[in-house]
Write a protein that binds this ligand. Structure first.
Ligand SMILES: [Zn+2]
Length: 388
């Protein structure tokens, strides 16, 4: 019996390196095939993305589960993936003819450094734009707020953030602010939600491996694990690409009415560089549904405040400074709360999500032909959703 199977040990790791070791050990123990990919040979050393898979490449359906594209969110993603590894073994996958691919820590730099971005300050979920010409542009309102969002030096003495955020909300309205800030920007390399000026190392990594992950599958369900958006402990599914009627019906059948699609009534914002949008477009000949599974943590004003402080400290304070350490610790709490109640809740939600993905999608031989017409999307719209 591996130590992962002893119920006393929390699946949440204290560091990327601990998380990585546990992921590989459990995958091997449960009979998954593991491939390790060294990402950056320089500082910090030993950055890897590890990929565990089961089932034949000839399977008609594949479930792909990715974690940690937003670095620090990988603490949760890794814990959830440990649960998934122990739910299915090689023998059963072969018998059933199904395939699952689990990608651990797409952004190991951010995971190690406790940042949401990569080594170039890129928000990787804004980097998957369709063409190189798309690496330009910023919302006018982001430009107006730029000095506030990205203070040019460490903000020691200033009006409290909450007061400033409230004033901005009164002046510009929540909807506009949300879209301006969170949809991504390509002009301020040290700013929040920077999508890059070119392809990131993670984009290149995904591009060179994704065909292997998909194999010969005709149908792909991609779950990309995130935290920080929505009500605490609640799971919501965001889809950043167009859906066919059958994909929409299938997604609702598996995940219920917590699906927020592009054309949904309360759609928060559209990020042109979203990973899921790219995954869908990458395989036009296949049936790909890519879902951002968002687990809420703290209220969104607090999350934005933490992102802003951490980003300012990263760019304007020494790496070993107290400011850097404090803001990184606080950021971690915002994306991976210490609360045992939160951790139990999100792990239970994640386990349920994987169960449904396996039993109501992967093990179902063919796609359902009818769509529940009346399914209404119900959404809780939280106050200031700046993450995603
Ligand atoms: Zn995220």
């Amino acid at each position: 019996m591996s130590s992962e199977q002893s119920s006393s040990r929390s699946p949440f790791s204290e560091s990327f390196f601990e998380a990585r070791t546990r992921f590989i050990d459990l995958a091997v123990h449960c009979g998954w095939e593991v491939e390790s990919h060294q990402r950056t040979p320089s500082d910090p050393a030993n950055l890897f993305t590890d990929v565990a898979s089961i089932g034949p490449a000839s399977a008609r359906k594949v479930l792909i589960v990715t974690s940690g594209i937003h670095g620090v969110e990988g603490f949760f993603g890794s814990a959830a993936q440990l649960r998934l590894l122990s739910m299915m073994g090689q023998e059963r996958a072969e018998q059933e003819g199904i395939r699952i691919v689990v990608v651990h820590a797409l952004n190991p730099f951010g995971f190690v450094m406790v940042r949401r971005t990569d080594e170039e300050n890129i928000d990787l979920n804004r980097n998957f734009v369709p063409t190189l010409e798309d690496f330009a542009g910023v919302h006018d309102l982001y430009v107006t707020l730029e000095k506030f969002l990205n203070p040019p030096k460490w903000p020691k003495l200033e009006m409290p953030f909450q007061v400033q955020a409230y004033a901005a909300t009164m002046k510009y309205g929540m909807e506009s602010l949300r879209e301006a800030i969170a949809s991504g920007q390509y002009e301020f390399p040290q700013g929040l939600f920077f999508g890059g000026t070119g392809r990131s190392s993670t984009y290149r990594f995904v591009e060179s491996h994704v065909e292997q992950w998909v194999g010969q599958a005709r149908q792909v369900l991609h779950l990309d694990l995130h935290t920080g958006l929505g009500d605490s402990g609640q799971l919501q599914f965001f889809i950043d690409h167009d859906l066919t009627d059958s994909q929409r019906g299938e997604a609702r059948m598996v995940f219920g009415n917590r699906i927020s699609s592009l054309d949904g009534p309360d759609r928060l914002y559209i990020a042109p560089g979203a990973f899921g949008r790219w995954m869908h477009a990458r395989f036009p000949e296949k049936d790909v549904t890519s879902i951002c599974a968002e687990f809420g943590t703290h209220d969104s004003v607090s999350v934005l405040q933490a992102l802003r402080a951490e980003n300012a400290a990263w760019h304007h304070c020494p790496r070993d400074s107290e400011e850097r350490k404090k803001t990184a610790d606080h950021l971690k709490e915002m994306f991976v709360p210490k609360s045992a109640e939160w951790r139990n809740t999100v792990l239970a939600e994640a386990t349920g999500m994987f169960n449904r993905s396996i039993h109501d999608w992967l093990l179902v031989p063919t796609a359902p032909s009818c769509e529940p017409e009346s399914a209404q999307v119900e959404q809780q719209s939280s106050t200031f959703d700046a993450e995603g």
